[in-house]
Design a protein around this ligand. Structure first.
Ligand code: NAD
Length: 499
């Protein structure tokens, strides 16, 4: 069965058949075929008005009850994991186990949020005044805009929405224009959960479809106090000033340029396996994809030889096939940027050790490539740039200081890791003088985070944190409350004001 027919069958399962007349064309990277044509939104005003009204009703629902809706959403995802996971694969080209993994991540964050709905803890603070109490409480914030990228078309939505909803907010979601089908299917599952939950206000989740123009309208709207945006650093640079100018909050999850330091004491077998998965998984199209291997001179030849052998055994092809490890790039633009990056790397003195070629498919509109390994003489301009494709640049070092300097000297600050069995090296890497990234791992690769930790990065990655730990606080407003339950009026800092 070709991608179009399979997508049509899955869409019918979600009650979304007959989507062929819209202006947004959804294509499958698997064979370049048109999966469906979706109608974009001409105007989002009515949806925003409905969403803002939904917020005013939803914030009155007790948080543990709000958790019940998220539990039902998680159940709907569980029941439809196979279909939604396949649709993720059809629409993004990531291999099926990653498509299913993406839905599992949605289920996991729903479970996390259900527990969280009973744990939105505030704080009691010792008051300096007699007969006073001082507390900090967290209140719902308002409509939360979620703008998502193509490469995690639904998981990023769930990270944001599950937390935002238990925190008492409504959600307006603008998915990537490149992945509208998985968004429609996910919104349908949410609708089914909301129908089971008695009392979810209409418009609690609004889906707005379209490209950058729709996104620009959404971020400028004063009714939206928080814009959570995942995508390129270019996009974040455009969004941040617009939201700041109206004193809104933005939560930015932008580009990465993950590195792996491999020291002389490293277990090279582990390092090879971790580097291969992190560099070629999702065909190099993850924000946490390993792009820079910073390896000690003494083990460089050995490690690169192992990697070249591992790359040689990668099965590249249809991501729905059980034994495929690397699927296609998203589209021609992604392929062109990979070619341009390899040309630049050569120009900057690099040597391609393996890969970089396109594997010609039967259909010319699909872009399958052999992942590349390029040894570089220095951390030149192309190495510092995030190219969203499977290119692993190899740099070497002599002293550990040099390795840390290379790791930290790029503009992005999302994910990092070290492979070493030397405690002094690993602890230094994790210390304040070590990795400057939001994620720092020891003896495991930079890609594939668990939902329990806060996810996000520093510098041009945008500084946002999503998912686990106390990331929920970004979706609420903090209020400090002082109550005088006595009969006098003492002022703070001992100020006297007798009236
Ligand atoms: P992109 O920046 O092209 O688009 C992302 C989203 O932003 C889309 O929905 C797009 O329509 C919207 N958008 C673009 N410009 C906008 C504007 N000016 N105003 C409002 N909305 C706008 O990114 P992409 O190609 O879909 O995704 C790949 C990028 O996303 C990579 O850089 C990757 O590192 C990054 N990413 C980051 C994370 C993270 O958690 N840090 C996760 C996934 C992807």
């Amino acid at each position: 069965m070709n991608a179009t027919n399979e997508a049509q069958l899955i869409l019918a399962k979600f009650g979304l058949a007959d989507r062929s007349n819209g202006d947004m064309v959804a294509r499958s990277p698997i064979d370049g075929s048109v999966l469906a044509c979706i109608q974009s939104d001409a105007d989002i005003d009515a949806k925003l008005t409905r969403n803002a009204a939904a917020f005013e009703r939803w914030r009155d629902v007790p948080a543990p009850r709000r958790g019940e809706l998220v539990r039902l959403f998680g159940e709907a995802l569980r029941a439809n994991k196979d279909a939604l996971g396949r649709l993720v694969t059809l629409e993004t080209g990531k291999i099926l186990s990653e498509g299913l993994g993406e839905v599992q991540e949605m289920i996991d964050i729903c479970d996390f949020a259900v527990g969280l709905s009973r744990q939105l803890y505030g704080l009691t603070i010792a008051s300096e005044r007699p007969d006073h109490h001082l507390v900090e409480r967290w209140h719902p914030l308002g409509p939360v805009a979620v703008i998502s990228a193509f490469n995690f078309p639904v998981a990023v939505f769930a990270w944001n929405a599950a937390l935002a909803l238990v925190c008492g907010n409504s959600v307006v979601w603008k998915p990537s224009e490149k992945t509208p089908l998985t968004a429609l299917a996910t919104a349908e599952l949410f609708k089914r959960a909301a129908e089971k939950f008695k009392g979810a206000p209409d418009g609690l989740l609004e889906l707005v479809m379209g490209g950058r123009g729709i996104g620009e309208r959404l971020i400028a709207d004063k009714r939206v106090p928080l814009v959570s945006a995942t995508g390129s650093t270019r996009m974040g640079r455009e969004i941040a000033p617009v939201v700041a100018a109206r004193f809104g909050r933005s939560l930015l999850e932008l580009g990465g340029n993950a590195a792996m330091i491999v020291t002389k004491s490293a277990d090279l077998d582990l390092a090879t396996r971790a580097a291969t998965f992190s560099a070629v998984g999702t065909c190099g199209q993850r924000c946490t994809t390993l792009r820079r291997l910073i390896v000690h001179k003494d083990v460089q030849a050995q490690l690169v030889d192992r990697l070249v052998r591992a790359y040689g055994s990668l099965r590249i092809g249809n991501p729905l096939a059980a034994d495929t490890l690397v699927g296609p790039l998203l589209d021609r633009a992604a392929y062109d940027s990979m070619r341009a990056a390899l040309d630049a790397a050569r120009h900057e003195g690099g040597t391609i050790r393996t890969g970089g070629e396109r594997i010609e498919p039967a259909n010319g509109d699909a872009f399958y490539v052999r992942p590349a390994i390029v040894e570089m003489p220095a951390q030149s301009a192309i190495v510092r740039h995030e190219t969203f494709a499977p290119i692993l640049y190899v740099l070497n070092y002599e002293t550990f200081d040099e390795a840390l300097r290379l790791q930290n000297e790029v503009d992005q600050g999302l994910s990092s890791c070290i492979f070493s069995t030397d405690l002094r090296e690993t602890e230094r890497f994790l210390s304040a003088k070590g990795s400057d990234c939001g994620l720092a791992n020891v003896n495991t690769g930079p890609s594939g985070a668990e939902i329990g930790g806060a996810f996000g990065g520093e510098k041009e990655t945008g500084g946002g944190r999503e998912s686990g730990s106390d990331a929920w606080k970004a979706y609420m407003r903090r209020q400090t409350q002082t109550v005088n339950w006595g009969t006098s009026l003492p002022l703070a800092q001992g100020v006297e004001f007798p009236v």
